[in-house]
Design a protein. Sequence first.
Length: 110
Amino acid sequence: MKPGMDTAYLNYVAGAWKAEQEAQKKDGNILSYRVLSVEAHTPGEWNLMLMTEYKNLAAMEASEDKAEAVAQRVIGNDEKQMQGYRERAEIREVMGARLAREIILEPKGR
């Protein structure tokens, strides 16, 4: 979030972003979602992560068209979505996107 814009961006996250995530979850496109806040120690570090959990990579890729249909229904058409991106650019800077995989540690025999 840009300095001084925490409240404005968190209002978006708690509103439109959460509504879309809930709809994606209800439609079975995602398993869960999280919002993580951290202390940024340098100007180039992120301070908020929006995390979405999928069953697996194949499920994420297979649900892209269904997810877009949900976004159209919840947020609006492409133009409305683009307007939202432009508005949010005023209050936050996207630092990037990452794909992460959970590592489940299995007990090892002795």
